[in-house]
Ligand binder design. Structure first.
Ligand code: ADP
Ligand code: MG
Length: 392
């Protein structure tokens, strides 16, 4: 049956990917799995209409439009080029950046964010996911920037941390003995996790080592505590500090790059659950529903209908508040299964992603900040040229 076979849409590397908005929403459709085929054959619940739009084909049909719809033929490398490269570029330009993988368990979140990390990008390993590719590009860009701006004595330090939020508790994946860490906010560091391990890394290989170690600890922790890692969120953070001098002025800047693998978005059943399981179910619902509320409030704020964003209502949103809204760039990769077995969850993910698409926060302000920076750079150059001319 030809109508069920997905059409192919190639991804374009689009330099204007971030042009209009601080939030970009990508849908990634994974291939049908063999178990789905054995249950439902190849019956699908979605049809891709273009590189930006997708239709949920059950009743009533609903069509959705996003910044990008990536079908099952899209490789890890091309997804990285379209969504990952601009993220690193934004980070180099001083924005806090955050990428979330959202979707039901089994929809491809971990495949997208990590993929085969053991081999990294060695030998052009196609299965290597977003995070190791981001590391490589980040360090390439750092190297290049240092060469270009040698006159300004540009230097970088990059520190990595890796944590898990389970049951509204923060665990340090780089130090499994540290559990129930606390969030703190102060003037110097902003929002941070107290006593969280931060390893300085000087290249992509060292960053990848931290990722591999943390991912292994996550597996051990979930086995020991008898729970699936699909019920926790993981957050890998690169804290990038840069220093440079220009016209005798010392500059100092911090930016965060967060890569987040969210808990499965399927509704957690609290009926029948008791004790720890019940608490767990309601806590998972809490951080994902708070993420939803934060998004709704950001839409209201951008429409000037509200001021309040409930970041504090969950650990996840409180931790990431600087990366959601304000001077930050967020990418949401909403992962879906194309199988009609998953139609209901797929629709719920498409609706979540659709709401996220409506955030238009601070777009003027951040545009202003960037253009003001450029303006200042230009004026400084002009000033030194004039100073040179008039000899003072
Ligand atoms: P999640 O983290 O959302 O629970 P996974 O990333 O573990 O889901 O994916 C479930 C299974 O589907 C894994 O075996 C994974 O390798 C496979 N898979 C997911 N996305 C893709 C894709 N785009 N291409 C090929 N296989 C995929
Ligand atoms: Mg996973």
């Amino acid at each position: 049956d030809d109508s069920s076979a997905p059409a192919r849409f190639e991804l374009q590397e689009d330099p204007s990917f971030w042009k209009d908005n601080n939030v970009q929403v990508v849908i990634r459709v994974r291939p049908l799995s063999s178990s789905e085929i054995s249950v439902q054959g190849d019956k699908r619940c979605v049809r891709q209409d273009s590189g930006q739009s997708i239709t949920w084909t059950c009743h009533p049909e609903s069509r959705f439009t996003f910044d990008l719809v990536a079908d099952e033929h899209i490789t890890q490398e091309s997804l990285f080029k379209v969504a990952g490269v601009p993220m690193v570029e934004n980070c180099m330009a001083g924005y806090n950046s955050c990428m979330f993988a959202y979707g039901q368990t089994g929809s491809g979140k971990t495949h997208t964010m990590l993929g085969d990390i053991e081999n990294g990008t060695r030998g052009n390993n196609e299965n290597c996911g977003m995070t190791p590719r981001v590391f490589e590009h980040l360090f390439l860009r750092i190297q290049k920037e240092k060469e270009i701006r040698r006159d300004e004595k540009l230097s970088f330090t990059c520190k990595c941390s890796f944590l898990e939020i389970y049951n509204e508790q923060i665990l340090d994946l780089l130090n499994p003995n540290a559990t129930n860490l606390q969030l703190r906010e102060d003037a110097k560091r902003g929002m941070h996790v107290e006593n969280l391990t931060e390893h300085e890394v000087s290249n992509a290989r060292e960053a990848l080592q931290q990722l591999i170690e943390g991912a292994a600890n996550r597996k051990v922790a979930s086995t020991n505590m008898n729970r699936a890692s699909s019920r926790s969120h993981s957050v890998f953070t690169c804290l990038i500090e840069s220093k440079w001098e220009s016209q005798g002025i010392k500059h100092h800047r911090f930016s965060h790059l967060n890569l987040v693998d969210l808990a499965g978005s399927e509704r957690q059943k609290s009926s029948g659950a008791e004790g720890e399981r019940l608490k767990e179910a309601s806590n998972i619902n809490k951080s994902l529903s708070t993420l939803g509320h934060v998004i709704t409030s950001l839409i209201a704020v951008s429409n000037k209908k509200s001021q309040h964003v409930p970041y504090r209502d969950s650990k996840l949103t409180f931790l990431l508040q600087d990366s959601l809204g304000g001077n930050s760039k967020t990418t949401i990769i909403a992962n879906i299964s194309p199988s009609s077995c998953c139609a209901a969850e797929t629709l719920s993910t498409l609706k979540f992603a659709q709401r996220a698409k409506h955030i238009r926060i601070n777009e003027d302000a951040s545009g202003d900040v960037l253009s003001m920076r450029l303006e200042i750079q230009h004026l400084k150059k002009e000033l030194s040229r004039l100073q040179g001319q008039s000899g003072f």
